[in-house]
Design a binder for this molecule. Structure first.
Ligand code: NAP
Length: 290
């Protein structure tokens, strides 16, 4: 599909991309850039790329597809750094968990004739780094593209086809809408996990040893989510502030209702909500999302 792919950042997501590109022969050459030499060394030792570069502009030289795969807060600096190396007609895409901020931070710095097609593979794990990736990560998951207005249709289709080759189903939507949807389906649950694990660690009369010893299903699941990369999630919240705050407002209101129901022994209110919430699980199973 491509002559040369440049992967800017080589963590969980971009290393998984490198693996399926290699496996399926989707590019002749893969060039990687990462912030730290140790990450580049690990990636090269894993055979993920043909060449590693410590200068972002050198990494994208001659590439027909460039994929930004660092935490979204790094995108503006990276866009400025790659701009001088981009060839006319190149497609720049990304894998960031927020989309409006990516367009805001990247688009102004790209030279004319370079196409920006933002993408979000809705797939991942709590692990980070080039060792954590695997070629099947994106199979049977959604990949959402948010091409900005006036985006080249052929470039969008090429990125869509790339993700279909990864085994994903592609959906196209407006960046702002994406950020609202993901605020409720991904960002808020992540925030709740960080908060609940933090609260448990702060409860003075329960020792850390007891938390580890008696961790029941619910808490255990939250610790998995809360073990995700701190830099990545810091940037998600700072770059999807409005949508997350809106959803958080609704969440805290609903939590107050539950608090009241428990205080006043309102068994009906509790049972009614717990019955309604069960239904969504069935919907997920039917949609093969679990
Ligand atoms: P990761 O495994 O932590 O790897 C991050 C990569 O970005 C590393 O190569 C790292 O370089 C580099 N990097 C970090 N901070 C940087 C900075 N300030 N400037 C330049 N490079 C920097 O991350 P990931 O999980 O692959 O996530 C990458 C992107 O995918 C994020 O934007 C995230 O929102 C998105 N995403 C993640 C998931 C998920 O589940 N993890 C799912 C969907 C989308 P060094 O190692 O050299 O420091």
């Amino acid at each position: 599909m491509f002559e040369r792919i440049a992967l800017i950042g080589i963590g969980l997501i971009n290393s998984s991309i490198a693996r399926f590109v290699r496996q399926d022969g989707l590019a002749h050459e893969i060039i990687i850039y990462s912030r730290r030499q140790t990450t580049l060394d690990k990636a090269m030792a894993l055979g993920l790329a043909d060449r590693a570069e410590t200068d972002p502009a050198a990494a994208v030289e001659g590439a027909d597809l460039v994929i930004l795969g660092a935490p979204v807060g790094a995108n503006e600096t990276l866009a400025k750094a790659i701009a001088p190396g981009l060839k006319p007609g190149a497609i720049v895409t990304d894998v960031g968990s927020v989309k409006s901020a990516v367009i805001r931070d990247v688009a102004p710095h790209l030279p004319e004739g370079v196409h920006l097609v933002p993408a979000h593979p809705v797939a991942g794990t709590e692990h980070s780094g080039p060792e954590a990736g695997f070629a099947e990560l994106f199979q049977n998951h959604w990949c959402i593209l948010t091409p900005p207005e006036g985006c080249d249709a052929a470039a969008t289709e090429k990125v869509a086809e790339f993700w279909r080759r990864a085994g994903s189903t592609v959906d196209i939507m407006d960046a702002e809408h994406h950020d609202k949807v993901l605020a409720i389906t991904s960002h808020l649950p992540q925030l709740i996990a960080y908060n609940i694990v933090g609260t448990v660690l702060d409860v003075e009369h329960v020792t850390k040893r007891e938390v580890v010893k008696y961790a029941a299903g619910g808490f255990r699941d939250f610790t998995r989510i809360a073990a995700s990369d701190p830099e990545m999630w810091r940037d998600v919240f700072l770059n999807n502030r409005e949508a997350v705050l809106e959803m958080l407002g609704r969440f805290t209101e609903d939590l107050a209702v539950l608090q009241r129901a428990i205080r006043w022994g309102d068994d009906k209110a509790l049972e009614e909500l717990f019955t309604r919430t069960r239904a969504i699980r069935r919907d997920l199973i039917e949609a093969k999302q679990v």
